[in-house]
Design a protein around this ligand. Structure first.
Ligand SMILES: [Fe+2]
Length: 382
């Protein structure tokens, strides 16, 4: 066995964790902060709730982040962070805000248009220190090297290990006011991270341990958090499950996220909906390819009655579909308006633009088209 794991981010978790943000910022040498967030966070008072704990640290707020941010938003963040003498960046919100906060730390110290950093490892100079404060239980972006950007209508990414945040302050109290639809989408994203990371060929004992516990926590608590948002006993494990998903993400995603990218922009789906829809089909498809590992995955999904990987895969797929339905997330491509005639081109885009060399299941054009047809029809059986 051989693996490496790199996570320099300090974690502070629990109800009330946000109260320590000023001390964390000072410990990082922060005296003037740029907070990167969106207008919903301002409107709901979360920006104010976080800011009040910053002590004497100077603060300016960039609140122009949009969902699934375009490269133009990343450029606006770059212009802003380069225009002031900030020494720390604070990301407050969901994955989009945290992703834009992460790239802001790199743009502050590296010259060039935002577009020139799309790709892997393109920051040469050490970025600013950063603190991430997630307000959803979903993306795990507070612990990852990846920032997603939409370029010319397609999902792309800015990746760099230098952009890993200095500190992640994960306070479940900040997730309590999430509306049910956001709880559903972000919670499904977290479940997909844990599941796809577990299915990846790059999985290690570290990512597997995180993923299995993350799945267990989310499967047991997502419906509760969705049905009753004020249930602290469900919100806390959801925050933890999402954080574990961020840890597991180093194993990289398999084709569930790739499929999600092909439908997200065109059909205007939140990220968690676009990757939640394919999840049941991914589970049944990958079951045989991942044979020996499936038993533990089944247990995490609350299923331990089937020994045969294919039967277990179908049982998990049914379980995931019932969860997706409960959360009122579409379960077929037909439902979101995909035309049957477009399935081949979506399958082609999936393989061509979002390949997964780490996937234990290899798709050719034909098998990917078949998978898209099953997702269109609602047929779980591979
Ligand atoms: Fe995701």
């Amino acid at each position: 066995m051989k693996f490496s794991y790199f996570l320099p981010t300090k974690l502070s978790f629990g109800f009330g964790a946000v109260e320590g943000i000023g001390a964390e910022a000072k410990a990082l040498g922060g005296s003037k902060a740029l907070m990167v967030t969106d207008k919903v966070m301002v409107k709901t008072g979360i920006v104010q709730r976080v800011s009040q704990h910053l002590g004497g640290i100077g603060l300016e707020v960039f609140d122009e982040v949009e969902p699934e941010p375009r490269i133009e938003v990343a450029q606006a963040v770059a212009d802003r962070v380069r225009s002031g003498k900030y020494d720390i960046v604070i990301g407050v919100g969901g994955g989009s805000s945290m992703d834009m906060a992460k790239v802001a730390t790199g743009f502050a110290t590296n010259d060039g248009p935002a577009k020139s950093f799309v790709g892997n490892g393109l920051f040469a100079k050490e970025p600013l220190a950063s603190i991430m404060v997630p307000t959803t239980a979903g993306t795990g972006a507070e612990l990852t090297v990846t920032s997603m950007v939409t370029v010319d209508g397609h999902k792309q990414w800015i990746n760099s290990p230098l952009l890993l945040p200095s500190v992640a302050v994960v306070d479940p109290d900040l997730t309590m006011s999430m509306p049910p639809g956001v709880t559903a989408a972000t919670g499904m994203d977290a479940l997909c991270h844990n599941t796809e990371a577990y299915l990846s060929n790059l999985a290690s004992p570290i990512t597997d341990s995180a993923a299995l516990e993350g799945i267990r926590l989310i499967v047991q608590n997502l419906e509760r958090a969705y049905d009753e948002g004020s249930d602290k006993g469900a919100r806390e494990p959801m925050s933890l499950g999402a954080l574990l998903g961020g840890i597991a993400l180093q194993a990289k995603m398999v084709y569930g996220h790739s499929i999600g990218y092909t439908i997200a922009t065109q059909f205007k789906l939140p990220h968690g909906v676009s990757c939640g829809l394919p999840l049941p089909y991914i589970l049944s498809n990958y079951a045989v390819a991942c044979g020996p590992k499936m038993k533990k995955l089944g247990e995490a999904y609350g299923i331990d009655s089937a020994d045969d990987p294919a039967a277990l895969g179908m049982a998990m797929a049914e379980k995931a579909r019932s969860l997706v339905s409960h959360l009122k997330i579409p379960t077929t491509l037909k439902e979101i308006g995909v035309a049957e005639g477009d399935l081949s081109s979506l399958a082609d885009e999936c393989i061509r633009m979002y390949p997964r060399p780490n996937s234990p299941l290899v798709f050719d054009e034909q098998s990917m088209v078949q998978l898209y047809h099953r997702m269109w029809d609602g047929n779980l059986a591979p």
